[in-house]
Design a protein around this ligand. Sequence first.
Ligand code: ATP
Ligand code: MG
Length: 581
Amino acid sequence: MRYSEMFLPTTREVPSDAEVKSHQLMIRAGLIRKLTGGIYSYLPLGYRVIKKFERIIREEMDRAGAQEVFLPAVQPAELWIESGRWSLYGKELLRVRDRHNRDYCIGPTHEEVITSIVRDEVQTYRQLPLNLYQIQTKFRDEIRPRFGVMRSREFGMKDAYSFDADEEGAGKSYQKMFDAYKRIFARCGLHFRAVEADSGAIGGSYSHEFMVTADSGEDALVYCPHCEYAANLEKAEVIKPAFRPIDAMTFLPLETVHTPDARTIEEVCSFLQVKPQDVVKTLVFVVDGKPLAVLVRGDHEINEIKLKNFFDADSIELASEDIIREVTGSPRGFAGPAGIKSDIIADYALMTMTNFVVGANRQDYHNKNCNIGRDFTIKTFADLRFITETDGCPRCGGPVTFARGIEVGHVFKLGTKYSKAMGATFLDKDGANKLLIMGCYGIGIGRTVAACVEQMNDNDGIIWPMPLAPFQVVVTPVNVSDQATIAAAESLYVELQKKGVEVLLDDRDERAGVKFKDADLIGIPLRVTIGAKRLAEGNLEVMLRKSKKISIVPLANVVDSVTGMIEAEMIDIRSKTGGEE
Ligand code: ATP
Ligand code: MG
């Protein structure tokens, strides 16, 4: 492609809503343009990268035995009513009505559609296992679209769905996708981690998120540098403390103290001159319509997902002021466990606590020296909070590290959730009619490309890894009015193309400085510079974008040299087996 003919509007202007580097660079390098909030167009350079990434995905999905389909973006409401998600999905679902007053949605995901197809077409175990995937546009009316295509409302996703006859098969299908994802992200040259993620009440490690590590990432993750353990913060387990019998002889007399206006942990601590570790927070929730008091240590944060999973609940929310009063007899901020009208459960950390501070269920009062067993009883202890830096690794006990990441992919064991709701069954070997066991597997196309930019850039611009680069080489004649220069550039352009190399020829009548700046900004991995002086000596310059290292190459060797470097850059990434950090 000739630069002079290419629609490649680079710009120095960065929109004020571009908070992260990748968003800024994708605009500046002319990859994307915003149409309206959370909705972006890909321009030619950006779309070349997208297509390259999609090709890598297709190769690895096909290699893993999945088959490509293409499902409709518009989905009838009936299917979503069957699965129960028409009412559960909420405002992220873009609903539309046609001229006959029928309801539809623009697909945010395709479990319903694929389950309806497979339900109709798969009758026996002989047709299993089956894995179908597509690359398609999704729409999610995100409450806070941001970071450009990283969290947009309309976005491309690769989604795959597996169907198996039994648990063992479903486990194999999951593993195949897990391995394929590792290869896909490794081939993009990304530093990433597969972390355990929440899978609802199914429990176990049946959901993994693929996180590209980046300080600007929206997700928090925890990993252990000593063993394999890695999880997102929501999921990360906390070790149960060793059982230590509590000696009631150490209990001090309960004391009710006046704590005017002290509602928060900080206020209570400063008033009573105690540490947050000596205080217990009492939070009243409504779990599937029933009030419940949850106790956590003052310096710990309750994890509502763990609470929801513990009860396998459909809904959980913090109680309203009215319910708090009804249950505890006191306003918010002074609730405590003694004498209240609901069940109480406590985080594991309370197993070893004695003589702690709690609310006294009375405006402006707290209780000191409160103790489990003497002053109130609990239903059970459970893991109900977020892990902290001082907790040990749940597998090996060593210290854990916190990091931030961008979720680029997600593999999930669905079990029979959709097949049950939608009646997707098959006839098994034993003649019994059984529910299909499903898995679903997603990769955000634009988000992954943006994550690459986020991880691979410098002050001058993007540094594309060779496998995703929109062009592999940019040929830059320094002075286009010099006949010898332009002749050499044109001939190299043709020769490289003959070898199958993707070349951008910067034939613009611009100063060399401008051309170099643009080449750096758009991040082409190799730049061949043709200047009159070196050319007279029979040489050219080849520069590697990522290191800015320049080699002087004789004109006669340049095609071999460039193709060799391209090959080396491709292998470099592929040879990183697994690619994980
Ligand atoms: P998030 O927690 O970031 O909202 P999610 O759990 O809703 O993600 P999934 O439903 O698992 O995402 O979708 C699969 C993949 O689609 C994600 O791993 C991500 O790469 C991509 N994706 C999800 N939402 C968006 C979005 N708003 N913009 C761009 N990509 C997205
Ligand atoms: Mg989401």
